[in-house]
Write a protein that binds this ligand. Structure first.
Ligand code: 13P
Length: 288
């Protein structure tokens, strides 16, 4: 099966009360590990690419080519969407052209009227190419790829307006934060989440900052209409910890332990195991 738009997998998740993970990729190891995890868990999956990671991987066209080839080489049979994460106006356009099957247009930093105008235009462009699209209302807290936002609660009225444009899924700030959660974090705002779900008539919602949220809060968010959960930091921490362990145990000094295929293996295996566990937690395992 070729890469697919995320519309069907997210709608099914919403109807079935589970969530699909959107896991950020950085390179070949990340891509391979996440695709192998999805196949192992028999789960649909979204591969998220930030604009910074796109640049690191030598451009959106290269990302599309690399993901398609790895996907086909591994013989992946579960539904896979290649998704732009927090796209700018120009970035989202470029990804729709380059062959991404899903994009996020993040206009949350614009005045609302401008976010609305640009979201409308981008929804039409994406849909003309069979690409699914996510838009955002209300900033997500924390820092990602150098972009810092304070995190705010999305205005339900604004969510209703953007949902009415025909966006496929909607990211709305509910107290979530990118990166590690601070110890004094107040948790997700379920009242606001419920309000947004009601006023948007059951539009599938996206939970950004999926790393480190307690399991009971994840479960409750899914029960209130969250159908896509973004995870980035958690996999970076897993990779770093496994790699550190390998080196601190002196494994890179034994035999040909310095061979990159050996050196990067514990980290890649750790990513794969973590993604399988998260797919089980989000309820998407076995749903492909
Ligand atoms: P974390 O890095 O906190 O998991 O957030 C990922 C994310 O929301 C990507 O958009």
């Amino acid at each position: 099966m070729a890469l697919v738009s995320a519309t069907e997998m997210i709608n099914k998740a919403h109807a079935g009360h589970y969530a699909v993970g959107a896991f950020n990729i950085n390179n070949m190891e990340w891509t391979k590990a996440i695709l192998l995890a999805a196949e192992e868990a028999k789960s649909p999956v979204m591969l998220g690419v930030s604009e910074g990671a796109g640049k690191y991987m030598c451009g959106f066209k290269n990302v599309v080519a690399m993901v398609r080839e790895i996907h086909d080489f591994l013989g992946i049979t579960v539904p896979v969407a290649l998704h732009l994460d927090h796209g700018t106006y120009d970035g989202a356009k470029a990804c729709i052209e380059a062959g991404f099957t899903s994009v996020m247009f993040d206009g949350s930093h614009y005045p609302f009227e401008e976010n609305l105008e640009k979201s409308k235009e981008m929804i039409a462009l994406a849909h003309a190419k069979g690409c699914s699209i996510e838009c955002e209302v209300g900033g997500i807290g924390g820092e990602e790829d150098g972009v810092t936002s304070m995190g705010e609660l999305a205005d339900p009225k604004e969510c209703e307006t953007i949902a009415g444009l025909g966006v496929d899924f909607l990211a709305a700030g509910i107290g979530n934060i990118h990166g590690k959660y601070p110890t004094d974090w107040k948790g997700l705002n379920f009242d606001r989440l419920g309000e947004i779900q009601n006023i948007t008539n059951g539009k599938p919602l996206v939970l950004h900052g999926g790393s480190g949220i307690p399991a009971d809060q994840i479960a409750k968010a899914i029960s209130l209409g969250v159908s896509k959960i973004n995870v980035n930091t958690e996999l970076q921490l897993e990779f770093a910890a496994a790699t550190r362990k390998y080196i601190e145990a002196g494994k890179d000094q034994e035999g040909k332990g310095y061979d990159p295929r050996k050196l990067l293996k514990p980290g890649a295996d750790a990513i794969q195991a973590k993604v399988v566990a998260m797919m089980e937690q989000f309820g998407s395992a076995g749903k492909a």
